[in-house]
Design a protein around this ligand. Structure first.
Ligand SMILES: [Ca+2]
Length: 501
């Protein structure tokens, strides 16, 4: 019986250990979420290898978390993309294919991403643009927001909205949101909308830090670099106009693209000279760096308040953006530049910091990812995949493709409107316009990362095209609701503007 006291000690220690485990598990709060989205931001970021971009704060997030090299929007336009991302459903299941609409008009009982968190006790707050807003006209209002998604909504408006519009250079007088337009502002960061949003976010985080009993879902939606590219002057000075590159060989590149592939071009862009193209690029980069500084400010607050260890950070954009590639500007194309988005996820304890995932993923995947990471119940009809396994092991391939769609044609729903669908696999981009009736495109990213040579007419690739076409049609099928019924928006509500006002 000599061993008995030792056993007692072991048992006693075991009880203490179990007790500590149980209490720490009880005290361990569900993770918070800081969801940061930029508007009309492409991959002009240092962490994505851009040679000019000065984006130290976003780059820092990439080092702290996982960078998704091939992330894509489901629709290269604010409203449809954001509705899809925040419902976890493809546009064919939200019924939202244009701006000025919200999924409550089509699938009112569906729970949005932040609503799912709210239903389980999270404090959910929105600052700025999460659902669609007209930029700049809705800045300072709720835009086309969904009130059911949030407990707190903040809509600051800075000098960019309230004072400086008359000074903005624009290709079409009086137009700012859908047209190339820019202004180097003499006012400082704190007087601009995005700067005010960072200050508001800091204030919300301070409040959250005091409420230990309730986890938060804080969504911060910056308006830059959306047109008009208005940012404080010092950010413009970081990008000398003379150093802004021009795209060469556009006419040769366009020769093999079917017309719908280039239909996002706007006639007003004929007014662009090389000097204006350079100024435009400078202003876009300046707006990105200004927005990057506001990201840094919010992340610094999270660190300062001791919240970072238990907060998942997402950084992304609603779609990509052209700066002259293929002769195109802005969004609404199915080329890589318009479909691709930056996507960074920092998840303390659930992600391998500094890793890079190359599997194609979509914004549609964020809803199931965040609910899984936080143990929040998700609706059972979500159409994306959880990226949580990829955060731990970057070699996991998941679904293996991403799908982006866009509407073409001038009519309302009948009378000539059709969709283009583009499938991105690790190697290929394959696009069908109206199921091929209006053209096909095939680009080999192994040898042609800029998508210059359309291989769709090349007999040597017939087998590849047949296989990708089958894969694309299966993918499109998966974008509809399981019931087979596609939600339709009331035609009276359908807004014919295909681009962003
Ligand atoms: Ca081409």
């Amino acid at each position: 019986m000599k061993l008995a006291p030792v056993l007692h000690v072991i048992l006693f220690l075991g009880v203490i250990a179990a007790g500590v485990d149980a209490s720490s598990a009880a005290e361990k709060q569900r993770p918070n979420v800081l969801f940061i989205i930029s508007d009309d931001l492409n991959n002009f970021l240092g962490c994505y290898g851009d040679p000019r971009a000065k984006t130290p704060n976003i780059d820092r997030l990439a080092e702290r978390g996982v960078r998704f090299e091939r992330a894509y929007c489901q629709y290269p336009l604010c409203g449809p993309s954001r509705n899809s991302m925040l419902t976890g459903l493809y546009p064919n299941s939200t019924g939202i294919h244009a701006n000025q609409q919200i999924f409550r008009q089509t699938i009112p009982s569906h729970h949005s991403l932040s609503q799912a968190f709210r239903l389980e006790g999270y404090f959910a707050a929105r600052i700025g643009k999460l659902y669609h807003y007209n930029v700049p006209k809705s800045v300072g209002t709720n835009g086309h927001d969904d009130p059911g998604s949030w407990e707190l909504e903040l809509n600051p408006a800075g000098v960019d909205r309230l004072e400086e519009e008359p000074k903005i250079f624009t290709l079409t007088p009086g137009q700012f949101g859908g047209t190339l337009s820019w202004f180097a502002s003499p006012k400082g960061d704190d007087q601009h909308t995005d700067g005010m949003m960072a200050i508001d976010a800091e204030w919300v985080l301070e409040r959250c830090a005091q409420r230990k009993d309730r986890p938060f879902f804080l969504a911060v939606g910056y308006f830059r670099p959306h047109t008009p590219y208005v940012a404080p002057r010092p950010y413009f000075d970081e990008y000398p106009v003379s150093e802004m590159p021009l795209i060469e060989g556009v006419a040769e590149d366009q020769a093999d693209v079917p017309p719908p592939g280039l239909a996002s071009y706007k006639r007003e862009q004929d007014k662009l000279t090389d000097e204006l193209r350079r100024e435009c690029k400078q202003a876009y980069y300046a707006s990105i760096s200004f927005m990057d500084a506001q990201v840094g400010r919010v992340v610094d607050s999270l660190d300062r308040l001791g919240l970072a260890d238990n907060t998942i950070i997402v950084f992304t954009s609603d779609h990509g953006y052209h700066m002259g590639e293929h002769g195109l500007w802005q969004k609404m194309s199915l080329f890589e530049e318009s479909a691709r988005v930056p996507l960074l996820i920092v998840a303390p304890g659930a992600a391998k910091a500094g890793s890079v995932v190359t599997a194609p993923v979509g914004l549609i995947d964020l809803y199931p990812t965040l609910t899984e990471l936080c143990g929040v119940t998700a609706p059972d009809n979500l159409q994306g995949q959880s990226l949580a396994p990829m955060l731990q092991d970057s070699s996991i391939q998941g679904r293996g493709w991403a799908l982006t769609q866009v509407r073409r044609g001038r009519g309302r729903r009948a009378g000539g409107a059709f969709f283009g669908y583009s499938l991105r696999t690790p190697r290929w981009r394959y696009t069908e316009w109206d199921e091929g009736r209006e053209g096909r495109e095939l680009y080999d990213h192994q040898s042609d990362p800029n998508e210059i040579t359309n291989l769709a007419g090349d007999p040597a690739h017939e087998a590849t095209i047949a296989k990708l076409s089958e894969q694309l049609h299966e993918a499109v099928q998966s974008t509809y609701p399981a019931s087979g019924q596609s939600p339709e928006i009331d035609p009276g509500l359908w807004a014919p503007n295909l681009t962003d006002p």
